[in-house]
Design a protein around this ligand. Sequence first.
Ligand code: OGA
Ligand code: NI
Length: 389
Amino acid sequence: MTEEMTRREDDDDSISERECHKGVKHLCETGIAKLPKKYILSEFDRPNLWKDGKPYSKFNENDIHLLPVIDFSELQGSNRPHVLKFLANACEKYGFFQLVNHGICSDVIRSMMDVSRRFFELPLEEREKYMSSDTYSPVRYGTSFNQTKDAVFCWRDFLKLMCHDHPLLSDMLPHWPSSPSDFRELVASYANENKRLFLMLMEAITESLGLITSRPNKQSTKTGGDGDQYENILEELENGSQLMVLNCYPTCPEPDLTLGMPPHSDYGFLTLLQQDDVAGLQIQFREKWVTIEPIPDSFFVIVGDHLEIFSNGRYKSVLHRAIVNSVKSRISVASLHTVPYRTVVQPSPNLINEANPRRYMDTDFSCFLEYISSCEPKKKNFLDSRKLI
Ligand code: OGA
Ligand code: NI
């Protein structure tokens, strides 16, 4: 046992479990000088932010330009075939890409980030009205990663908003927070734009998988074969589920002992992540953790488990995590998109053949929710549980 650990065990850690459940924003507001025990990861799980007094990264920062950036406007022009190849390579080899020139107006994005910040600045009594452990709730405020299960807590508070496709409710907006007063309006407008962009990206991704060779005329009748494939997945996604996660990472007194979010992959087809100007997202690339420096107004797009399944393993969902710091609080908004709640996700039949047999079992969203209520959804272990070979 290290000296550090001994010191802490000797200390009388006065922060109670009950206080921790109120979230890290609350802990910060009560004023803490060191990290309570509840948040201290075992040495093996710590982020290793410093070495010999300097920021430490095993990733060679000179290689940062190798990470894929996609210019969305080019995808719409004559360069589309070339960009599609680049997109395919990004989803196969990296499982993520930065998206610039995506067409969503920066006012919509900035208002979303601003209203998220104002939500987390509300008094705890207002925020905790939305606390719930029910994963089906259309609005859920909470802390850590899986608050009812985590032995060690993460340094994050969140608000999860279901935007589309709930098993019982048709309209979720009336359930969203009514404070700040412009919250619903700004979030709904961002969510709609986000969904539209996601659908255009999925059209390109479907095409990049070779599932369609030309963009079908919406008026024309189905022609069978690849045309059907196009219609099916994109139509399902159009009516699909959308979850927005507003993340708040307050400043942390000892950021090298904890994480904002543990390593995980996202469950859906794609996550479109918006982060403010404070770095904190890390992606696993060639077995190293790479910090993704925010590009203003761009989206960071993450391949999720459902796209890995749909592509029969050709596109890979990627492990990522969030680190925290002692200087600046950070806000991010993740939008997770997938098929409707009860729809089965399976490898596209057009991507299965003798040389490339089916690699995953049928999966749906409720089966993921069942999984997370019984197991730890960390790393990629949900996806691993769906593997056939
Ligand atoms: C998430 C996520 C990372 C971040 O919400 O699933 O991975 O930077 N967020 O907040
Ligand atoms: Ni994530």
